[in-house]
Design a protein around this ligand. Structure first.
Ligand SMILES: [Zn+2]
Length: 401
């Protein structure tokens, strides 16, 4: 039976008209008609909607479907063969039924056209068709769990060593010359690090960033969820994936348990940024990111620097990096200018941190009152914007690990 025939049969059994189904599944009558006639290949999202309308799984829809429409082609579409080779060399064989299915289904409204898109389609289908449908509720937590499990399994030390993690995961690492702006990449089980990276901290961050890419890809759940939530945004998928890999890298370099131990000894304040960076041998940017992830209150962490953004006027203080704690829904955009009257500017004339009531200078011009801390380090300023009061040492003792 062809897929279209099967869909028609189910509808007849359920005694529904195309119009009924159209309302239940939120799809147009002409489109549903074309689908049943086998004129169009439905997308994953469409199949999901139809299955939901019938109170069935996508797998049920395919039950008894042997032929999906067009005959099997002799040549594969772009990217398909490299996807197969790459995937199979790392994770195992994809059987013919699966290949057939992949070739018939659209992804984000069209046929996949690159190796990455084929992989995304495969992972998403696999999740929909697998019996247990586990949703990733909190993607950041999910990434952190992946990292923590990896460290627990393969590392002999609390702060893991890159070589040991790679050996454990069976990853091959190659230092090669990559174009400027690309610090690293990975294909299957091989990680490539740009041999031109001079800065040791940046290199370590890149190494673990790529390991996290591998972990996320192998896990699959997160990727499926990501494209469910970002599939109508242009670059949302890539951007979010990169952010998750940065969070993973920070967790590898500065395990939260140890980091939290530092601030329980020293209080949660802005001085932790340079202190923890030295302690873990990581960059202050990575430390700023991880500090936000483990913050005990709602806060935004940031690095500000004097930059000449307009290339004509004089250097002005801007946000060059910022991160928000998990309980904070506000983001401070990169290159937001710090107004001349802002408290944190005073940090430049001090060797000690400055602090006091001030505000978050959003790019929109909106000022949100908050308690600020700032510490100068050469030509940059580390900053904490506390949206809720920072806990004191006694309160920190009460926070469970
Ligand atoms: Zn990346």
């Amino acid at each position: 039976m062809k897929l279209g025939e099967r869909l028609r049969l189910i509808r007849k059994e359920k005694k529904l008209t195309l119009k009924d189904l159209s309302q239940l599944a939120d799809l147009s009558v002409p489109y549903l008609s074309e689908m049943e006639r086998g004129v169009v290949n439905p997308s994953v999202e469409t199949l999901h909607k139809v299955a939901k309308a019938y109170n069935m799984t996508v797998k049920d829809l395919f039950s008894g479907v042997e032929e999906l429409g067009e005959p099997t082609r002799n040549t594969y579409p772009t990217g398909f063969e490299s996807f197969l080779m790459d995937f199979e060399s790392s994770y195992g064989t994809i059987n013919d039924d699966w290949k057939e299915l992949l070739l018939k289904i659209n992804f984000r409204g069209r046929r996949p056209s690159s190796q990455t898109e084929w992989l995304e389609l495969y992972l998403s289908l696999k999740r929909i068709l697998s019996p247990k449908e586990e949703k990733v509720n909190d993607p950041k937590k999910h990434v952190i769990k992946l990292v923590q499990n990896t460290v627990r399994e393969y590392s002999s030390t609390q702060v893991p060593n890159f070589g040991e993690i790679c050996t454990g995961l069976g990853l091959d690492v190659q230092e090669v010359s990559l174009p400027d702006g690309i610090d690293g990449m990975h294909r299957g089980r091989t990680i490539f690090i740009n041999s031109r990276i001079q800065n040791e901290e940046r290199k370590r961050f890149t190494q673990f960033h790529e390991v996290t890419h591998y972990l996320i890809e192998k896990d699959g759940d997160l990727i499926s969820d990501l494209h469910d939530t970002t599939w109508n945004q242009d670059d949302g998928y890539e951007r979010q994936l990169e952010q998750f890999c940065n969070i993973g890298a920070a967790e590898f370099l500065m395990p939260r348990k140890i980091f939290a131990g530092l601030y329980k000894e020293r209080e949660f304040n802005v001085e932790l940024i340079p202190y923890a960076a030295r302690y873990f041998g990581s960059s202050t940017i990575a430390t700023t990111l991880q500090l936000a992830q483990i913050a005990p209150n709602s806060c935004i962490t940031a690095v500000c620097a004097l930059i000449d953004k307009d290339k004509s006027t004089k250097q002005k203080l801007h946000i060059t990096y910022s991160a928000s704690s998990p309980s904070t829904k506000y983001l401070l955009a990169k290159y937001t200018e710090i107004p001349g009257d802002h408290l944190i500017k005073q940090a430049f004339s001090q060797t000690e941190p400055v602090e006091g009531e001030s505000y978050v200078p959003f790019r929109s011009g909106k000022k949100m009152p908050c308690y600020c801390e700032a510490l100068a380090d050469g030509d940059r300023i580390y900053t904490l914007f506390h949206l809720t009061p920072p806990p004191n040492l006694d309160q920190l003792m009460l926070i469970p690990d």
